[in-house]
Ligand binder design. Structure first.
Ligand code: EPU
Length: 423
């Protein structure tokens, strides 16, 4: 397993290009199953999660070509309706082939994704939604079998769960409903920008979706969808992570290019409260350290609230911000694996009941730490950048799942990160 050596006390300057969104790309790639025609998708980040999704599609019969961020997919003939466990277990988002397979082939057999380090991640709401469209569902031997022998039929479906709306669940039902007979209304839909991007993709294919980005989405079923040429939205979480890097380690400022600041409103608001100096331009954001850094209290919420996917990175910032900060994760209350690793670097963090109370220290110091999940790994890289000494981070495959060449991008800003290969 590869590891990173992050050289501390970094001083960052320059410009970084933000990649296309991983979380928008994954369902969009799955949605290509809905048509026989060729789809061109631009700005797909070269990360292992998008590679897994392409493997799943190829396994189902898709023809795939990939060159410098552009993926061309043609699902003319599908020879399977099954996403097996050895592929699904590598990436939870593979469940989003369920909706399109069911819509295109009237059946799908998808392995249950199983446990996840950031907490219990059920798919009951996905199944509730697909059942609402008329699918018969059996769970057997760790697999979900879905069947709609006479096709799916539109209905009014409530997708709201106890922890709020579900992003991939909304995506799955939307992808199934586009080819269903009649009209589907999804109430309690997720409002994330990635859901809007998928709806835009589907509408360009010929779907009739209105209301994406609001809690009520209406879908009028059509009989056929066609090919499309689509550019994925910028990755707001990668952007947020680089904003925190700038807030922690900029010499004067760093500038992010190809960003959508409207997708980052809640993150920018908190960074503003922390005293960070920011300048927002047309598709750019510049950020530097605060003259007098302040902590903050954050509660993660579904969009447009503060994203759970930025929670770990903020813990890194607060670890060396004077005073007390409180970070509560309501979406994934167990998502604090980074806290115990950061404690090994000298952070003062107490986690209880989904809430981290952080008392800022002057500086962290290097220690061997282990990456446990995607965003926790990013938090450890950020901590390593400002700590004294050289921080060794093992299991960096977690970070490669969702950040496109993060070590190279940080190196271009002046950081030194050595990627040590497997022995
Ligand atoms: N939930 C249920 N039942 C369901 C589905 C979800 O109870 O059937 C609960 C979850 O346990 C959680 C909440 O609902 O408490 C929200 O989960 P959601 O379904 O929205 O998560 P997801 O769609 O599986 C996506 C992102 C995650 C991100 C979450 C929340 C992708 C590929 N993944 O997951 O991204 O944390 O939304 O915003 O889009 C990441 O990129 O690091 C990541 C984990």
């Amino acid at each position: 397993m590869e590891k990173f050596i992050v050289h501390g006390e970094a001083s960052l300057e320059g410009t970084v290009n933000i990649s296309g969104s991983k979380n928008a790309s994954l369902p969009i790639l799955a949605a290509t199953l809905l048509t026989r025609e060729e789809c061109i998708i631009r700005r797909v980040p070269d990360v292992s999660d998008t590679n897994y999704m392409l493997q799943i599609l190829q396994n189902l019969g898709a023809e795939v070509e990939r060159a410098s961020g552009t993926v061309v997919i043609k699902c003319e003939k599908l020879h399977s309706h099954e996403a097996p466990y050895d592929l699904v277990r590598k990436m939870r988002a593979s469940v989003c082939v369920m909706g399109p397979l069911l819509a295109r082939q009237n059946r799908a057999n998808v392995s249950l994704p199983g446990g996840c380090v950031i907490g219990d991640r059920p798919i009951d709401l996905h199944l509730r939604g697909l059942k609402g469209l008329g699918a018969r569902i059996d769970v057997e031997g760790g697999n979900v079998n879905l069947e709609a022998r006479f096709g799916l039929k539109g209905d009014t479906i409530d997708m709201m769960g106890k922890n709020g709306a579900t992003v991939l669940g909304t995506d799955n039902v939307m992808m199934a409903a586009v080819l269903a007979k009649g009209t589907t209304v999804i109430n309690g839909a997720a409002c994330e920008p990635e859901v809007i991007d998928l709806a835009n993709f589907l509408n360009s294919m010929g779907a009739k979706i209105t209301g994406a980005g609001s809690p009520r989405i209406e879908i009028e079923g059509v009989t056929e969808l066609g090919g499309v040429d689509h550019t994925v939205i910028p990755d707001r979480i990668e952007a947020g992570t680089f904003l925190v890097a700038g807030a922690m380690a900029a010499k004067d400022k760093i500038t992010l290019r190809r960003v959508r600041s409207d997708h980052l409103a809640s993150v920018l608001e908190v960074l503003g409260q922390c005293g960070c100096k920011m300048k927002i331009g047309d598709e750019t954001i510049s950020i530097g350290k605060a003259d007098q850094p302040l902590g903050a209290n954050i509660i993660t919420e579904p969009y447009p609230g503060f994203p759970t996917d930025m929670q770990a990175q903020m813990c890194s910032l607060f670890a060396t911000t004077p005073g007390l900060s409180v970070v509560k994760d309501t979406i994934f209350p167990q998502r604090f694996m980074h806290a115990s690793e950061m404690k090994r670097m000298g952070a003062n963090i107490q986690v209880d009941d989904g809430t981290a109370v952080i008392n800022g220290v002057n500086q962290l110091s290097a220690a061997p730490v282990m990456a446990s999940d995607l965003r926790a790994s990013a938090a450890l890289v950020l901590s390593g950048l400002t700590a004294t000494g050289q921080t060794e981070i093992t299991r960096v495959y977690h970070i490669d799942r969702g950040y496109e060449h993060i070590d190279d991008k940080l190196a271009a800003l002046g950081a030194r990160i050595d990627r040590i290969p497997d022995h």
